[in-house]
Write a protein that binds this ligand. Structure first.
Ligand code: PEP
Ligand code: MG
Length: 755
């Protein structure tokens, strides 16, 4: 049963349109459960009404005609209650409604299951049987599981279908919802990133010249065939002949009509060779995947493998791999990595849209640092179909509009100019001193990780770099940078910012930050080997970095070192010993370095409760709220499904921060916030109330944070903090603070609050 379920879901996922997806569902369910009728009704958006969209068993002409209010009939009752209804004699139920068009009077047994996606009712899946009997547990469990799995496929197909119909002149403005990753509005051309080695992720694209594209495809097939022939010859010497025959089968598949002719047909229909290949490979794999025999089904993997092989050759010929990046590129992908983002020239990058991830993913953080709007966790994004489309990205609300109408464009134009006006107003703030109305200086530093950030930070109005994520230069290389290479990077930064301070964080890889040349494959990477755990286990990596940092500061003395992911005092002590060791080593080599201030990041609940013991051992504390929130609330910072539960204003987060700030102050040290929360205007009010000493925020956040500092005295902020602490709901706390921003004349910042 599980296999049948999986196959249906896979087929639905591959459907080109909603109508096709629904037809597949009703056909397969009727067949697999041997029921007399299977139908799908979908909810009309904005109305409490269901429309019969697909059926096997009821009269085909009733499709699209039968419309039911939620208050009507048994199907309406399933929708109204959002619960399963299983009846032996449907006609005897008080809610039974006879609908003549369907011819359903003949059916007695009724099983209706709601289809729900992200708490929203999408439709109702119905099975009916002539006999008067209750559907048994197996039937209802099967349909129940299927409905749950189909929900996202249906919603995905709905969007895909809409996109297809966009070719017509009139369309409603479809948007795909994700979460805000970085504020701002951008309009540009979709530039889809796909995995080089995965045929399933290849997007559709119009070919420049159909004949050239066909030739390119034929050449790739020839190359793949001769490669297989070579392999066959090489293995023929060692393998039994039956095994070697497998290669003949592969070569035949490569030369088969199903693959050759179908791909060429798809190219002629207007898709480029890799996209056309993806389509025909998918068609061939479907045939195999439908087989009951497990051995034959596995052949689908062989075909996909062959597809990847041909794809690789296609990428080596023509301009398959290298594409021109459009001028206003909206970078779109299933999972965009920090490196992919960094590779787009900043002048060309208009926005980022990622199917996975959330506002605290590193890609979102980087986008904010670059001042580029980003939408994360857009799970219903039909990635493969978007390349080259016009898209409008609303980074405030996390919405992506595909081929937006002139009306939507002009509405967003208006918002964009309002935003530009606000930034003009804000620009003047950036260079004012960060002093509260009652005269408290709360320095604002900038977060960085790329040299571009450092250059930009010079004119940002910041008082230095509060967090430099050293892993970024490690991520864009193909091997660990050596001491000299690191020295050059750090020296440049320290020189550019001197005499202002620069806080360099030691390598924090693991979690969602992977180094291609140092793979850490774990089931649960955020609770695994990351940050300080890796560097303490690899003192040679740690010492190289520490030596490079200390050397870079010689004569400038503006370096501070920050240790990530600390969970216990022993990690602090071991790290401090290594800093001492690096310093002694340099001393021996006659390098006149000094021991810099060393600080600890509080990112883990255990560090919150050990704050005094930790703070006593170091020079300063910096709270990494991005991780702290994830670990306190048990909400993966990259998981779009739970992004709505990631609340910086959760009372537990606020209490933890108060504990850290008070504890650090008790032992006479200073504490700053360097997570994204520090750039959220509403949160800044609370942090001021808590007595924070400094803030480190992304470049774009500096003016608005300074505006808040200028507008709220410590007493005013303390009062609002006290009121907030009486509330239990994070949304209510945000509403209270937003109202106070508006009251203080900072209403323009309210939209910027969510990131
Ligand atoms: C944090 O966790 O808040 C932080 C600043 O570190 P990163 O986002 O790099 O994990
Ligand atoms: Mg962190």
């Amino acid at each position: 049963m599980i296999e049948t379920l999986q196959r249906i879901v896979q087929e639905v996922n591959a459907a080109d349109s909603l109508a096709q997806a629904l037809d597949i569902i009703v056909q397969r369910v009727k067949q697999s459960l041997s029921v007399d009728v299977c139908s799908v009704y979908l909810v009309t958006p904005g109305q409490q009404e269901l429309v019969l969209m697909a059926t096997e068993g009821l009269r085909p002409e009733s499709k699209y005609k039968v419309r039911l209010k939620f208050s009507e009939g048994l199907v309406g009752l399933v929708a109204e209650r959002a619960e399963t209804i299983n009846l032996e004699h449907a006609q005897d139920h008080p809610r039974f409604k006879y609908i003549p068009e369907t011819g359903e009077s003949a059916y007695h047994a009724f099983l209706g299951i709601p289809i729900i996606h992200h708490r929203e009712l999408l439709g109702v899946l119905v099975a009916q049987q002539c006999d008067a009997r209750r559907f048994d547990d197996d039937h209802s469990a099967f349909l129940f599981t299927l409905a749950a799995q189909l929900a996202s496929a249906i919603s995905h197909a709905e969007v895909t279908g809409e996109i297809h119909s966009l070719r017509g002149k009139h369309h409603r403005d479809v948007f795909i919802k994700g979460v805000s990753g970085s504020n701002g509005i951008a309009f540009g051309t979709a530039f889809v990133i796909y995995s080089d080695a995965d045929i399933d992720t290849v997007p559709d694209r119009e070919p420049e010249n159909i004949d050239d594209e066909i030739q390119r495809f034929e050449k790739a097939i020839d190359a793949a065939q001769s490669e297989l022939l070579d392999l066959k010859k090489r293995l023929g010497a060692t393998l039994p002949s039956e095994e070697v025959m497998l290669f003949d089968a592969f070569m035949m598949l490569l030369g088969s009509d199903a693959l050759l002719d179908r791909t060429i047909e798809h190219i002629r229909e207007g898709n480029w060779a890799p996209g056309a290949l993806r389509m025909s490979i998918r068609e061939s794999t479907h045939v195999f995947e439908e087989m009951e025999d497990a051995y034959i089904r596995e052949r689908a993997d062989d075909i996909r493998d062959l597809g990847n092989r041909v794809l690789m050759h296609l990428q080596q010929t023509g301009n398959g791999g290298m594409r021109a990046i459009p001028d206003s590129a909206v970078l779109i992908g299933h999972k965009i990595t920090v490196t992919e983002l960094a590779e787009i020239p900043p002048g060309k990058l208009a926005a980022v849209v990622s199917e996975s991830g959330s506002s605290s993913s590193h890609v979102a953080i980087l986008a904010r640092a670059m001042g580029v709007p980003a939408v994360m966790g857009a799970t219903d994004l039909p990635v493969g179909r978007l390349d080259g489309s016009e898209v409008l990205v609303d980074g405030y609300t996390g919405r992506v509009y595909i081929q937006p109408s002139a009306q939507v464009k002009s509405e967003f134009q208006r918002l964009a100019s309002e935003e530009a006006e606000l930034s003009e107003e804000l620009k003047s703030m950036a260079f004012k001193e960060a002093i509260t109305p009652d005269g408290v200086h709360v320095p604002v530093y900038v977060n960085g990780g790329l040299m571009a950030d450092v250059d930009a930070s010079e004119n940002s109005g910041s008082e230095g770099i509060g967090l430099y994520r050293t892993e970024f230069p490690f991520m864009v290389r193909e091997r660990f940078p050596g001491e000299e290479e690191q020295y050059q990077i750090y020296r440049k930064i320290l020189m550019a910012v001197a005499p202002r301070p620069v806080t360099l964080r030691t390598l924090d890889v693991g979690g969602d930050k992977a180094l291609s040349y140092f793979p850490v494959n774990e089931e649960n990477p955020f609770l695994g080997w990351r940050g300080i755990r890796i560097t303490l286990d690899h003192p040679e990596i740690f010492l190289t970095q520490l030596r490079a940092m200390l050397r870079a500061s010689v004569g400038l003395n503006n370096l501070k070192i920050l240790l990530p992911m600390i969970t216990s005092t022993s990690e602090v002590e071991e790290s401090l010993e290594l800093v001492q060791r690096a310093w002694y080593e340099l001393l021996d080599e006659d390098v006149n370095a000094i021991i810099p201030d060393v600080g600890v990041m509080v990112e883990v609940p255990s560090a919150v409760y050990m704050i005094e013991e930790i703070a006593r051992r170091v020079d300063f504390i910096s709270v990494g709220t991005n991780d702290l929130i994830q670990y306190l609330l048990a909400v993966d910072r990259n998981n779009a499904r739970v992004a709505g539960m990631y609340h910086a204003m959760h009372p537990a987060v606020l209490r933890a921060l108060i504990h850290v700030i008070d504890g650090t102050h008790r032992v006479g040290k200073q504490v700053s916030i360097c997570g994204e929360m520090a750039g959220d205007p509403a949160a800044v009010i609370l942090l001021l109330g808590m007595g924070i000493d400094s803030l480190s925020v992304s470049l774009a956040g500096i003016p608005r944070v300074k505006w808040v500092i200028h507008s709220f005295s410590r007493d005013h902020a303390r009062g609002l903090l006290e009121q907030s602490l009486k509330l239990e709901d994070p949304e209510a706390i945000r509403a209270l603070l937003n109202a106070s921003l508006v009251e203080a004349g900072l209403g323009g910042l309210v939209r910027a609050g969510k990131h």
